[in-house]
Design a protein around this ligand. Structure first.
Ligand code: NAD
Length: 495
């Protein structure tokens, strides 16, 4: 909405500087997503109270308001869920593949039908802007179920005609940054391959996984094929140590290492999708305005709570000043605030613990001598917030250049030659993703093939597609999710 101030008394048009552009509030209605006061575990096709677990409040990080009480699974509940999945495994694997595909298709359709409700709950529970939940998380979750519905009866194409069978019961643990989408990444390929699953959502964002459980009931999915057991780290630890045939984990590198140690010596399939510190590289021949949009999308999308966030910005020296100037201008126009407002660009930080981690690393950046710029904007009094931040004068060994911040904070360094850019980008314990911005196709391909990163985006960033494989190198983990490669971890091939 434009408002004109200081109109000259003689009626002439106002000076350009006197034009002020404001946005009217555009809140999504909470009425479209009525929450129940309490949600329980989903085991064997029914919602049941925890037998040896607890009941914990799920909180809106934008307001600290309690959204609902949620049952958290104890060790006995984990065993119950795994036993239900075990009972369901034989009949599910024996179903004609086309029938399995139909269930996945139904789930996808029901996600679409309940898309508005799911988007609102995702934003309430996790703090992400409704624009992202509505346009990215929920449509992509449905797309994963659609895509793997189509794969269910075509598995032999994914394994080059070799004999294959499902692994059995899979234990799946997901993080809080894309709660429903991560659940879809894991459940859809597992079920398409004929496995049954026990899913543990993250402790701060269990609600959309429980709505997905309602959708499984609506789709008349046979009991036990999908079980959802909310809980904290100890529930996840109990699940990966239970009698499962495969573990799929998305989360931090520290917990991934712990899981790998716990599973040592067991003949069990393991996929780890872990952290990242991805390089976004801008060459002097790039379309600068487009690159600036890509930088903003790369690091401020979902408050930077993105495993593949472009958190290390590498600028070619000759354009560094120009890019930084334009980036800073653009950052100051980012709208931080109510996640349910359709105009919000940057929502709430997911939890008090995550906010403390971001603050600690930002303080370390300042203490190590980097120059900090944080946009000036009014932040709500309640809830957890961190304004978009840019660090320059960053040394490659600084903690902010090495450690995953998982927040809206970008660290900038410069380079002179493509070889230096590649060396700097690869100088990381992680290898999840990268971005390359250049007008020259040959340079883009040469640099991309030299980068040790699972995904390299060219002249774009943070683009996801259910038909494309996603996964890391080095401490970003192993195994791929998405596309035909995402089926392989859920099959025993050649046996
Ligand atoms: P986290 O590792 O603390 O938690 C992830 C999940 O693991 C949660 O459900 C948690 O309850 C559970 N968990 C915690 N301790 C456990 C244990 N000992 N055994 C089993 N499960 C346990 O990570 P987080 O802070 O929730 O998520 C952020 C991390 O996830 C970041 O490092 C991010 O990069 C990573 N991530 C990676 C990808 C990817 O695809 N590579 C995607 C999203 C997030």
């Amino acid at each position: 909405m434009a408002s004109v101030t200081d109109r000259p008394a003689d009626g002439s048009p106002p000076a350009r500087t006197a034009l002020r552009w404001d946005y009217a509030p555009a809140p999504e209605s909470r009425d479209a997503a009525p929450l129940k006061p309490r949600y329980d575990l989903f085991v064997d096709g029914a919602f049941t109270a925890p037998q040896d677990g607890s009941v914990v409040a799920s909180v809106n990080p934008a307001s600290e308001e309690v959204l609902a009480e949620v049952g958290f699974a104890g060790p006995g509940d984990v065993e119950r869920a795994v036993a239900a999945a075990r009972r369901a495994a034989g009949p599910w694997a024996a179903l004609p593949a086309l029938e399995r595909g139909k269930y996945l298709f139904r789930i996808a359709r029901l996600i679409q039908e309940r898309a508005r409700e799911l988007a609102i709950v995702e934003s309430l529970d996790g703090g992400k802007p409704i624009r992202e939940s509505r346009d990215v998380d929920i449509p992509l979750a449905a797309a994963h179920f659609f895509s793997y519905a189509g794969w269910a009866d075509k598995l032999s194409y994914a394994v080059a005609g070799r004999p294959h069978r499902p692994r059995g019961v899979v234990g799946q643990v997901v993080p809080w940054n894309f709660p429903l989408l991560m659940a879809a990444w894991k459940l859809a390929p597992a079920l398409a391959c004929g496995n049954t699953a026990v899913l543990k959502p993250a402790e701060t964002t269990p609600l959309t996984a429980l709505l997905l459980a309602e959708i499984c009931q609506e789709a008349e999915l046979p009991p036990g094929v999908i079980n959802v057991i909310p809980g904290a780290g100890e529930t996840g630890a109990a699940l990966v140590r239970a009698e499962v045939d495969k573990v799929a984990f998305t989360g931090s590198t520290a917990v991934g290492k712990e899981i790998q140690r716990a599973l040592a010596g067991r003949d069990i399939g393991l996929t780890l999708e872990l952290g990242g510190k991805s390089a976004n590289i801008v060459f002097e021949d790039a379309a600068i305005d487009q690159a600036v949009e890509g930088i903003v999308n790369g690091i401020f999308f979902n408050q930077g709570h993105v495993c593949c966030a472009g958190s290390r910005l590498l600028l070619q020296e000759s354009v560094a000043d120009e890019v930084l100037h334009k980036l800073w201008q653009r950052m100051q126009r980012l709208r931080v605030g109510d996640p349910l407002d359709k105009n919000t660009d940057v929502g709430a930080i997911n939890s008090a613990a995550q906010l403390a981690r971001i603050e600690e690393l930002v303080a370390a950046g300042e203490a190590e001598g980097a120059t900090r710029r944080t946009i000036s904007c009014a932040l709500p009094e309640q809830g957890y917030w961190f304004a978009p931040t840019l660090f320059t004068d960053v040394a490659p060994a600084n903690r902010i250049a090495v450690e995953e911040i998982f927040g809206p904070v970008v660290s900038v360094t410069t380079f002179r030659t493509p070889a230096e850019a590649i060396e700097r980008a690869n100088n990381s314990a992680y290898g999840l993703a990268a971005g390359v911005w250049t007008d020259m196709g040959s340079k883009a391909f040469e640099v991309a093939s030299a980068l040790r990163a699972g995904v390299v985006w060219q002249n774009t960033y943070n683009k996801f597609d259910p038909t494309a494989a996603f996964g890391g190198y080095k401490e970003s983990g192993f195994g791929r999710e998405g596309g035909p490669s995402g089926l392989l971890p859920y099959l025993k091939v050649g046996a």
